[in-house]
Design a protein around this ligand. Structure first.
Ligand code: ATP
Length: 327
């Protein structure tokens, strides 16, 4: 009921009478009054004026289940939400929930991670109260070889969601990061459980550095936050709901063809590596090439120094600029 009251108050933007809340939500006056008090305790500012009703004047930067549910504008993404103050990793939790039968679209969010992960076992720095750590659980019906493209679908969706909330020049670094300038603000990690010919589940974890004022020394040179770049604080819940809205739309587009043919152009348009010289860090070799953009399978097309054009698959390599992380 808390989420519903929040939603009504937020969407109205003006005073809503206690009577109206009671009738709309079929609850008692006392129940409404209790929820309003809980909201105040959580940091929401709610004006209560006799004969007029309640009005929300500000909300805290929290990402609780109710706060998110009150903002979501989706059909299935985030219709079930698990929020944790602290957790090892939202991806790990989502995988456990998947094994227990959690439905397609389940969202796991946390205010802090103790064991946040990047690709190939790398650490994702996850301090408390400032950033977004979220994982979306999917149960796709397409074959396992298509699933890695979902990382790119999420990257595009995070880009579009952030564009709605913050005015920054963001770009995608293939395949799974968003950068601002030459530094990383978003990382995405897709993991899955599959059988030979079908997918049990896919989890897509997204970390966004939002209101972080200072980055740990180890990543200072190659990472940044929305706050550091824009100078302003952002509401994390608004970002999450915008990202989910875009993901849902892009996912529906993706499953029409089970490839990126309809999303490729948008992705390439904001791809920082496009038409750039890049270093390809493979497992055994490192070489320089000219990146052309992604194909409909989400592979990066590169022109090697001998003139040959090849498609590289994200699972095998990392891409860097010639002199640094991006360029
Ligand atoms: P590659 O391009 O080689 O795959 P990546 O940049 O995609 O690398 P990920 O595995 O996605 O790397 O993320 C882990 C890396 O990101 C860490 O090794 C660290 O360098 C960096 N990192 C860790 N925490 C953060 C953070 N909160 N913000 C930005 N970057 C981070």
């Amino acid at each position: 009921m808390k989420a519903e009251i929040l939603k009504v108050l937020r969407e109205c933007g003006d005073y809503v009478s206690g009577q109206q809340l009671c009738e709309q939500l079929q609850v008692s006056r006392t129940a409404v009054w209790k929820v309003i008090n809980q909201l105040k305790e959580e940091g929401y500012e709610v004006e209560a004026i006799r004969n007029k009703g309640y009005r929300i004047t500000s909300s805290p930067d929290i990402i609780t289940k109710e706060e998110l549910a009150s903002r979501l504008d989706t059909e299935w993404a985030g219709q079930e939400i698990y929020y944790f103050d602290e957790i090892d990793s939202t991806n790990t939790k989502a995988r456990q929930l998947a094994d227990q039968g959690a439905p397609h679209g389940t969202l796991v969010v946390a205010d802090c991670q103790h064991a946040g992960r990047g690709r190939r076992g790398r650490v994702w720095e996850s301090p408390k109260g400032k950033n977004i750590y979220m994982t979306l659980l999917l149960r796709p019906e397409f074959s396992p070889d298509k699933a890695s493209m979902l990382t790119l679908v999420m990257a595009l969706s995070v880009y579009e969601g952030l564009k709605e909330t913050v005015d920054l020049d963001l770009k995608i670094k293939w395949p799974n990061d968003l950068v601002c300038g030459k530094k990383k603000v978003v990382g995405i990690l897709t993991e899955m459980s599959t059988e030979i010919d079908y997918i049990n589940h896919v989890v897509i974890g997204t970390g966004v550095n939002v209101n972080l004022e200072e980055l740990p020394d180890e990543i200072k040179d190659m990472a940044t936050s929305l706050l550091l770049e824009s100078g302003g604080k952002q509401k994390r819940s608004a970002i999450i709901s915008a990202v989910l809205k875009h993901f849902e739309k892009n996912y529906e587009t993706f499953i029409k063809t089970c490839d990126l043919s309809e999303l490729q152009e948008q992705y390439n348009h904001i791809l920082i590596n496009k038409d750039q010289e890049v270093q390809i860090l493979g497992e055994k070799e490192v070489y320089t090439a000219h990146a052309l953009g992604i194909n409909e399978k989400g592979e990066l097309l590169i022109r090697k120094e001998d003139g040959s054009i090849v498609a590289i698959y994200a699972g095998e390599v990392s891409v860097r600029g010639l002199y640094g992380y991006v360029s």
